[in-house]
Design a protein around this ligand. Structure first.
Ligand SMILES: Nc1ncnc2c1ncn2[C@@H]1O[C@H](COP(=O)(O)OP(=O)(O)O)[C@@H](O)[C@H]1O
Ligand SMILES: O=C(CO)[C@@H](O)[C@H](O)COP(=O)(O)O
Length: 517
């Protein structure tokens, strides 16, 4: 997270105002790079919490100078990078409740944090704490069954455990631990804001089914943790009205509501307006898949979070390291460096690639944890090379077969009306999207997701006001600009890919068995 953004929308869900503050350029005194401090050990990564507070001061002043009419704001919500944590010092709640509107937040909250440098999602310094947590619950799959994810170094429980171990006095001085999202909500609320279920699922602490903190995880992490976290809340909760500070300093209406803040990925799901049965595939440098799931089956690969717009559903996130960079390598090796020729190869090779399957893990893959290039003919026999055309189709088909196989393992089901929403750099390539559509037997739509997390939280604010009356998120944001239809599945594709999906799952399993120590 290298900037703080704001988007305002009107009653017709049209964007009326946008602005941002860049941490590195606008707040040079904090000396961050990309908004963070990378410590000498190269694995500890933090951000100064007061930089975030000051960024909010600057952003609000910028909006004021641009003539933004704060008096028309009906509700506010927001999102923050997932997993990062903020440690409020004893007594900070009182300071939050009595903010002097004549002074900036940065000045008022100077002494409110027990830990000045907040751990953020890029941190990977807590391997030992991850092991302890997994051991405490009986293993990686057991932790996944409870919290939706195995132990990850960036996840909040492991960061809290590290702070308790290395800075125990600071931990003991802490009155409340917030996520980045609930910390930002607290500033607007003028009181501690509850952690919402969706961002709370990225902590390795919450039982995603009961939506309560897991006692075993709490105990294995740090003492008196339940008190420091307080109970989590549904993501659609109206936390209360805006703090009088903003009423007096910026002229916001007294009854402006603060709707629970959430994580950036849940925020994006809302911004993309994902619906039950939909899958969003981001084809950027790495590939990321977002799923809307009714009945999740947590697996050690991938994350299950509570759904930020529908309390009865879940969302899953699957990350792949070998995305565009691998497509680029094969474009260079098999298509003379041209996306046009890469596309021609896809158009001139048959759906299903005559049974040839390729699995290309140039770098150690995240999902699954494996490395190497594997090619199989129609009889599942290993082969050492394919012709350039077969190689290109094998790569693209393999990447999408993997996504569908992994999604279905987590409990995802294609239903009547399923849409695939494609974003990211490669989503401009219709021939790649055609393969995606064929593998999923569903139409592919493209969406512009610049700022999707931020936009998603404007929609969540609108929904927060309506949710209490029982209105669904889809109904509340029905009028928002929609996705563009890009391609429809080729007739007959389903029959071809049915057996290939089974073979892909079998072959991947076989590779994992052969390569795991
Ligand atoms: N016509 C194209 N066909 C396929 N891939 C493309 C095409 N144009 C750009 N890309 C891919 O898009 C990737 C960048 O995607 P982008 O979403 O901008 O990245 P990031 O994840 O860094 O934000 C590049 O690595 C490139 O391989
Ligand atoms: O760690 C994860 C998801 O598990 C990241 O996706 C962070 O949530 C990313 O935040 P920014 O890239 O928006 O800073």
């Amino acid at each position: 997270m290298s900037l703080l953004k704001v988007i305002a929308i009107d009653g017709k869900l049209q964007v009326t105002h946008q602005s941002n503050v860049q941490f590195d350029n606008d707040l040079p005194e904090f000396r961050t790079q990309g908004g963070v401090h990378i410590h000498e050990d190269r694995v500890t990564v933090t951000s100064p919490v007061l930089m975030w507070v000051k960024a909010l001061d600057i952003l609000l002043e910028k909006m004021k100078s641009a003539g933004f009419d704060f008096s028309r704001v009906k509700a506010i919500s927001g999102s923050g990078q997932q997993h990062g944590s903020v440690y409020w010092k004893k007594g900070a709640r009182k300071s939050l409740q009595r903010l002097d509107p004549g002074r900036c937040l940065h000045g008022l909250l100077q002494d409110c944090f027990a830990v000045q440098e907040s751990p953020v999602w890029m941190d990977s310094s807590t391997a030992e704490h991850c092991k302890i947590l997994e051991c405490a619950v009986g293993g990686a799959q057991q932790l996944t069954d409870i919290t939706g994810s195995r132990a990850y170094e960036r996840f909040t429980a492991n960061q809290i455990a590290k702070i308790n171990q290395l800075q125990q006095d600071r931990y003991n001085e802490t009155e409340r631990i917030s996520l980045v999202s609930s910390f930002a909500a607290s500033l607007f609320l003028g009181d501690y804001a509850a952690i919402d279920y969706s961002d709370g699922s990225g902590m390795n602490l919450m039982d995603i089914f009961s939506k309560q903190w897991s006692d075993t995880c709490l105990k294995a992490t740090a003492p008196q943790l339940a008190d420091k976290l307080a109970n989590p809340t549904p993501s659609t909760t109206v936390l209360g009205s805006i703090s009088p500070y903003f009423v007096e300093r910026y002229g916001m209406p007294e009854d402006c509501k603060v709707v629970a803040f959430t994580g950036d990925n849940p925020g994006s799901l809302a911004g993309m307006r994902l619906r039950e049965g939909d899958i969003a595939v981001s084809l950027g440098t790495s590939d990321t898949v977002f799923l809307w799931i009714k009945e999740p089956r947590p697996m050690v690969e991938g994350h299950i979070f509570c759904n930020p717009v529908d309390c009865l559903s879940y969302m899953a996130l699957i990350c792949y390291k070998n995305g565009s960079l691998t497509r680029e390598r094969l474009r260079n090796e098999c298509a003379g460096g041209s996306w046009e020729d890469f596309s021609t190869a896809l158009r001139s090779s048959p759906i299903g690639n005559n049974g040839n399957i390729g699995i290309y893990f140039d770098a150690v893959e995240i999902t699954p944890s494996a490395v190497g290039i594997y090619r199989f003919d129609q009889h599942d026999r290993k082969v050492s090379a394919f012709t350039p055309e077969v190689e290109i189709r094998a790569l693209v088909e393999g990447q999408f077969l993997a996504k569908r196989v992994h999604a279905e393992k987590l409990g995802y089901r294609i239903i009547q009306g399923t849409r695939v929403l494609a974003t990211g750099g490669a989503s401009c390539n219709k021939d790649i999207l055609q393969v995606l559509s064929d593998v999923f037997s569903a139409p592919v739509f493209t969406i512009d997701v610049a700022n999707s997390a931020c936009l998603g939280c404007t929609y969540r604010a609108v929904h927060g006001l309506a949710a209490e009356m029982g209105m669904s998120f889809a109904e509340a944001v029905n009028e928002a600009p929609g996705a563009q239809l890009a391609v429809r599945p080729t007739p007959g594709a389903e029959k071809v890919y049915g057996p290939l999906l089974k073979r892909y799952a079998y072959l991947e399993e076989k590779i994992l068995k052969q390569t795991s120590p």
